[in-house]
Ligand binder design. Structure first.
Ligand SMILES: N[C@@H](CCC(=O)N[C@@H](CS)C(=O)NCC(=O)O)C(=O)O
Length: 208
């Protein structure tokens, strides 16, 4: 049995944040596939026995059961000694960008991608709003990366692994990185980290 178990599915950029951290740090981990598209996370069983929040990912490590990618990434940085902060200032900067990611970037990118790529008959007023919010957040990230190699320090940290969660699928949320050259260059640096694997190759999926 692997040391870490991650509840995930390959279409989940949130799960990818934890999976790529496990992968890049060389952890011994196994994936537990969640049938998200058939409503497993909304079942009473999942909410009572896996995650009261009804979400993926969930990380199990012995007696430790964690949800919320920010917490999972922070825990794995502590456990492995990799991709974490090296000063109090870096701790604050990493937290600042993980909060921005959860509130302003992933929240809109993931929901816009879900409605346009998987649901497809979504209300245009809703997708228009989400697209505008997503675009605003991408502009903020692109501006921040001007002259910077990574988001929160002079090396990759868990802030980068959080923010990149959905960004290797630009065609699935109608975006071209030609419009965001700093994001394009940064994603190139992230995907050059030793051991990097693309989301669809890292996590299991169900029937198409
Ligand atoms: N803030 C959460 C977001 C997790 C999340 O939204 N996961 C999606 C899958 S990518 C989910 O399980 N959604 C279920 C739902 O909203 O019903 C985190 O960082 O872990």
């Amino acid at each position: 049995m692997a040391e870490y178990e991650l509840y995930c599915f390959k279409e989940s950029g949130n799960a990818y944040k934890a999976a790529i951290m496990l992968q890049l740090t060389g952890c011994d981990w196994s994936a537990h596939w969640v049938d998200f598209f058939n409503g497993e996370t909304r079942s009473e069983d999942y909410r009572q026995n896996v995650n009261v929040m009804g979400e993926v990912p969930v990380l199990n490590h012995g007696d430790v059961h964690l949800t919320q990618t920010g917490v999972i990434l922070n825990y794995l940085a502590e456990q492995t000694g990799q991709f974490g902060a090296q000063s109090a200032e870096e701790t604050r900067e990493i937290l600042r960008w993980i909060l921005f990611d959860n509130h302003k970037l992933t929240s809109y990118v993931a929901t816009y991608r879900f409605l346009t790529n998987f649901v497809k008959d979504a209300d245009p007023a809703v997708t228009g709003f989400l697209n505008a919010r997503m675009t605003g957040a991408l502009k903020v990230l692109n501006a921040h990366l001007d002259g910077r190699a990574f988001v929160a320090a002079d090396r990759a940290t868990i802030a980068d692994l959080s923010l990149c969660g959905y960004l290797f699928w630009p065609d699935e949320f109608g975006t071209s990185w030609d419009d965001y050259p700093n994001i394009a260059a940064w994603l190139g640096r992230v995907s050059s980290l030793p051991g990097w694997v693309a989301p669809y190759d890292l996590m299991p999926g169900g029937p198409d």
